[in-house]
Design a protein around this ligand. Sequence first.
Ligand code: MN
Length: 230
Amino acid sequence: MFVFAAPQQASLAVQGSTDRFPVRRIFCVGRNYEAHAREMGKDPTREAPFFFTKPADAALDTPCTIAYPKLTNDLHHEIELVIAIHKGGSDIAEADVMDHVWGAAVGLDMTRRDLQAEAKKMGRPWDWGKAFDRSAPIGPIKPIAQVPSVENGRIWLAVNGETRQDADIADLIWSVREHIAILSQAVDIAPGDIIMTGTPAGVGAVVPGDVITGGVDGIGELQVTIGERA
Ligand code: MN
C-alpha cells in the first residue's frame, strides 16, 4: 500500500487507438541540427550529442492549450521528432536501435529561453529552462510499422499560420540510430522512455493567444494554443 493514492501514470495518445503509451522518462537531445546549433552560437561539427531530461508528466496530449509558464518572458517553441521506446536495453548497437522503438510522433520542447540562457551563463543546470510543467506537448504516437521513415521527412512549425521552422529530419547531426545507441551507453533505456531528438533552426518566442501548428511528414501533426499567464 502507498501512504496516499499513487500519482497517475503519465501517458500519451496513440494514433488510431484508444490505448495509451505509458511515459517513463523524457530524454531530449541538445543542438542536433547544424543550423540551430549555429543560431545558438555553437560550432555543430565538434560536439558529441548531449542530453537533458524533462519529467514524465511534462508530456501532454495535443491539441491542447498550455498556460504561459511562470518565471519567463521568453517562451520559445522547438519542434522535434519524438521517438517512443518499448523495449529496454543498454549499450545498444546502432543496427539494433529500431528493435527498441515502438513508435514516433511530433512534439514541442517548450523552452523558457531566458532561464536557459541565465543557466548557461552561470554554469547552472538547464532544468528551470527546460523541465517545467506542461513543457512537452506531443501529438499522438504512430506505431513504427506505419512510419515511413525516421531518417527523412519534412519537419515544420508555424505560429498563427506563419512558418517559423522548416527543415528535414535527414538534417539531424546524430541520427535516431546513432543518438539512441549513444544514450544507451549512459543509461539503461527502459520501456516507456521517449526521446525528443532536437530542433531545427528557426526557434522563437510565442505569447498568449498564439496558436502553434507543426508536424513531421509521414508521422503526425500537432496544435498547441498558448494561454494566459499561469
Ligand atoms: Mn530541443
